[in-house]
Design a protein around this ligand. Structure first.
Ligand code: HEC
Length: 146
């Protein structure tokens, strides 16, 4: 009986700290649509908070609001991206939206010269880009969402 209630107390304590069940991911509607779009990114990027970067691309779960080139486990950032980071590029709504449409053109504009870049992917559809940005913003700092 004593053991049983001890176990019950421990269970409640764990429940209170949220360590028994992982938190549910609640996303706003726009971000939900972005989750669908993110399947395209997964061809190259890891999007789970706790996963390392893949050899193909940096993990972008928490990229929103960060400086460019922050993933130490991705050693292959391009010359163009490194230069843009040196110029102080911090990822926000506006510049992710623009980057996704044409990574090379975006980095050329920032750097003032056409250097080698490494993301060979373009997302032209404006709505999809908006949704994708909303998704990245919504999952920032939320490991339960990916
Ligand atoms: C074909 C592979 C590929 C696909 C698909 C792709 N990316 Fe990338 N992405 C890369 C690579 C490689 C880099 C590093 C670019 C560089 O160094 O020039 C990158 C870089 C980025 C960065 C900057 C990361 C940082 O650490 O500064 C963001 C943001 C990003 N991608 C978002 C996306 C999103 C959002 C999608 C899907 C809509 C996507 N990418 C699809 C390969 C890809």
């Amino acid at each position: 009986m004593f053991i049983k209630s001890m176990a019950g107390g421990l269970f409640l304590a764990l429940l209170a700290t949220g360590s028994v069940w992982a938190a549910e991911c609640n996303l706003p509607a726009a971000a939900q649509a972005g989750k669908m779009v993110s399947n395209q990114c997964k061809a190259c990027h890891a999007l789970e908070a706790d996963k390392p970067s893949r050899p193909t691309a940096p993990n972008i779960h928490d990229v929103f609001g960060e400086k460019a080139v922050t993933r130490k486990d991705f050693p292959k950032y391009s010359e163009a991206m490194n230069m843009a980071a040196g110029k102080g590029l911090v990822w926000n709504e506006t510049n992710i939206f623009e980057y996704l449409a044409d990574p090379k053109a975006f980095l050329t504009k920032i750097n003032g010269s056409d250097l080698k870049n490494a993301m060979f992917f373009q997302l032209k559809d404006e709505q999809k880009r908006k949704d994708m940005v909303a998704f990245l913003k919504a999952i920032k700092g939320k490991p339960e969402c990916n």
